[in-house]
Design a protein around this ligand. Sequence first.
Ligand code: GNR
Ligand code: NI
Length: 167
Amino acid sequence: MALRTILEFPDMRLRTIATPVVNFDSSLSCLIKDMLETMYSAGGIGLAATQIDVHQRILVIDVSENRDKPQIFVNPTFTVSDQQNLDYDEGCLSIPGFYETISRPKKVVIHSQDQHGKHFDLEADGILAVCIQHEIDHLDGKLMVDYISRLKRNRIRSKLEKKHKAL
Ligand code: GNR
Ligand code: NI
């Protein structure tokens, strides 16, 4: 088990488009373990492999109160199952300290594989729907700041750049 470093905006590696997982082997299990450990340690409700500089289509999520119900998604996609949108105040471990209200489809059906390659579908609403869409965006090199104005985005960029220089 190992904690991995989480990349922070505006690191260009966060813009990489992840490729599908083809081998469901022990190295995938190890990677998923590291992702869960890193997510729990950082206090996040989700983590995409992209955020630890691994450009494969893997997500871990835990939206449970007691942080004891990990969900694993390999090669996930989703279809919108409710035309309504939900506004949610989103945070991101790769944009620490900033929160923005983002509007996304309220209900989605997730099509995914588990860590063994088995296919499954799952209907999600509420925070799980928000989180899975946020995480799939990461796999496509997209960040929540892409949904806000350029002015706000640039303000966040310069604050984080200043912080990175100070470290
Ligand atoms: O920990 C996280 N919280 C969160 C809150 C609202 C909407 C999305 C998220 S995901 C985020 C973890 C993260 O950055 N995952 O990519
Ligand atoms: Ni994020």
